[in-house]
Design a protein around this ligand. Structure first.
Ligand SMILES: [Mg+2]
Length: 244
């Protein structure tokens, strides 16, 4: 069962009353994403298995990704460059020549993965569209996210799509301004407490956490917030009980 946090003073009805715009995170909220990164990472660790154990390769790759985030932003292309940099770092440049083309091939393969829609998503969008303004608010590579949205068959439900370079309170603030939407009329749904929930609550918007089984280390936030505008859901379908 979904529930509002313990000190919540908003009834379901007031929320249903207030929300006008609903923004959906895309990766691991609308469709599968993180497991594909982990699959590529496992293959990358196998490529480097004669140099270092997998856990150490993973650690160095993660540190490289975080160091590069401010330069590359989020998404697969930055991940590919970080894998190449990690390869160079671990082998000190002394590696078989075909490893770099192999890493590029793995990244390109990931960029062409089929879009796997998560359970309940089409029904939720179908039910809410027409009653609320629906928006996509996601990080990631622009071209890749556009491709996924197009192939997903979900594009028709959204009145606005925002591919964001980051999801801090300031980024949401800009989005709300663009949408001409007050924070109190805005609900964000997503799988990351850190990126989809906390910054929206900071602006006094409404936010809902829908957990996904795999979360990138960088997005992990151990505790869930205590805030009257926070709504915890177990599945995306549960939002219909609060809004439909
Ligand atoms: Mg996500």
């Amino acid at each position: 069962m979904s529930e509002f946090c313990s000190n919540c003073y908003n009834s379901k009805d007031t929320m249903r009353d207030k929300i006008k715009t609903i923004a959906f995170d895309a990766d691991d909220t609308l469709w599968v994403n993180e497991p594909y990164f982990r699959e590529t990472e496992v293959k990358f660790c196998e490529l480097l298995s004669s140099y270092l154990p997998a856990d150490q390769v993973t650690k160095i790759l993660f540190e490289t990704e975080i160091k590069n985030l401010k330069l590359y932003g989020y998404g697969i292309k930055g991940f590919m460059l970080s894998m190449i940099e990690t390869l160079h770092h671990i082998t000190k440049g002394n590696h078989p020549a075909d490893l770099i083309p192999e890493i590029i091939r793995m990244g390109q393969e990931q960029l062409q993965k089929p879009v796997e829609i998560l359970d309940g998503v089409p029904t939720v969008l179908e039910q809410l569209s027409g009653k609320y303004r629906l928006v996509v608010a996601t990080k990631g590579d622009l071209l890749d996210q556009q491709r996924k949205l197009k192939t997903s068959g979900l594009e028709q439900y959204f009145q606005h799509v925002e591919i964001m370079s980051d999801k801090k309170a300031n980024d949401y603030s800009k989005l709300l301004k663009q949408l001409n939407c007050a924070p109190g009329n805005f609900l964000m749904l997503g799988n990351s407490v850190k990126s989809d929930v906390l910054p929206v609550l900071e602006l006094e918007g409404y936010a809902s956490h829908i957990p996904f089984h795999t979360t990138w280390m960088h997005e992990v936030h151990e505790t869930e917030p205590v805030h009257p505008h926070f709504l915890k859901l177990n599945t995306i379908s549960e939002i219909l009980g609060h809004l439909d």
